[in-house]
Design a protein. Structure first.
Ligand SMILES: [Zn+2]
Ligand SMILES: [Zn+2]
Length: 236
C-alpha cells in the first residue's frame, strides 16, 4: 500500500534525535509523502526541550514545500493512573498528542498496572494515538487494548522502530501480531509510524509492512492511506 503520511517523528528538540524540523520536512518533500507529524518527547524525557518548546507552535506554517505539517508531542505516561507530562493548557493548543510508556519515565509495570495506565491515557481527549504498544517490558492485554481503541477512537500505533531487529523494544513483534489479528477481526483501524530519530528514517515502514503481510491486514484499516482519514482522528 502507499503510505501518504508519517505522524510520529522526532527532531533535535527530543535531545536524542539528530535532525531539525526543516530537515525532516524537506526529506519528506523529497520522498513524496503528503503529511508529516512532528512529535518531540515531552519534558519528562531526559534531554528533551522544556515545556516552553511546546507553546509556540503557532509560528510554524502548516504547509512547507508542499508538505502538510502537524505539530504535536509524544507524551510520557508518568504513572499508572495515566497522567502525562504536559498539562492540558499545552495540549489544547497543539494539533494532537501521542502518549507512550518509556523507561525511565515510568517503571516497567505489571500487566494490570500497564493496562490501567493505558486505559486512562486513552480516555484523555487530547491523546489521539497510543505510541508503540507491544514493548514486552510493559506487558499488555491485547484484546482489552483493541476493544478500548474501538470505544475511545484512540488509534493504536504500529511502530516501525519497535520491529527493527535488535532495536530498543526487541520482542515487540509477538504483541504487534496479536494486536493486528484482533484489529482485523474487530475492524479497528491502526496507524503506522516510523518514530524516526533521524530524517532518513521518516516514512520507512519496512518492518510494519512485513507485519501487515503476515497478519493479512486489510489496507482499509490503515489510517496512513489518506490524509483525510488521519485528520478525522486527530480532530475528533
Ligand atoms: Zn516513544
Ligand atoms: Zn517517538
Amino acid at each position: 500500500m502507499k503510505f501518504v503520511l508519517d505522524a510520529h517523528t522526532h527532531t533535535i528538540a527530543s535531545g536524542h534525535a539528530y535532525s531539525t524540523l526543516l530537515e525532516n520536512v524537506n526529506y519528506v518533500a523529497e520522498k513524496g509523502l503528503e503529511l508529516i507529524g512532528i512529535t518531540d518527547h515531552a519534558p519528562a524525557m531526559e534531554g528533551s526541550f522544556g515545556s516552553a518548546y511546546f507553546i509556540n507552535f503557532g509560528v510554524i506554517p502548516r504547509e512547507i514545500n508542499g508538505v502538510k505539517v502537524r505539530m504535536g508531542v509524544e507524551l510520557n505516561i508518568i504513572d499508572y493512573d495515566g497522567n502525562v507530562d504536559l498539562p492540558d493548557f499545552y495540549l489544547e493548543r497543539m494539533d494532537y498528542a501521542i502518549a507512550s510508556l518509556h523507561p525511565p519515565c515510568i517503571p516497567f509495570g505489571t500487566l494490570e498496572q500497564n493496562m490501567n495506565a493505558i486505559f486512562k491515557v486513552m480516555e484523555n481527549k487530547y491523546v489521539k494515538i497510543l505510541g508503540h504498544p507491544g514493548d514486552p517490558r510493559y506487558p499488555i492485554d491485547c484484546e482489552a487494548l483493541v476493544k478500548k481503541s474501538a470505544e475511545t477512537g484512540t488509534l493504536i500505533e504500529i511502530n516501525n522502530a519497535s520491529l527493527v531487529p535488535n532495536g530498543f523494544r526487541g520482542g515487540s513483534e509477538k504483541y504487534i501480531f496479536d494486536i493486528l489479528k484482533l484489529c482485523k477481526k474487530m475492524e479497528v483501524p491502526v496507524i503506522a509510524a516510523s518514530d524516526a530519530h533521524f530524517c532518513t528514517h521518516i516514512g520507512d515502514f519496512t518492518y510494519v509492512e512485513k507485519m501487515f503481510e503476515q497478519a493479512e491486514f486489510p489496507e482499509e484499516l490503515v489510517v496512513n492511506r489518506s490524509v483525510e482519514e488521519f485528520e478525522k482522528y486527530i480532530t475528533k
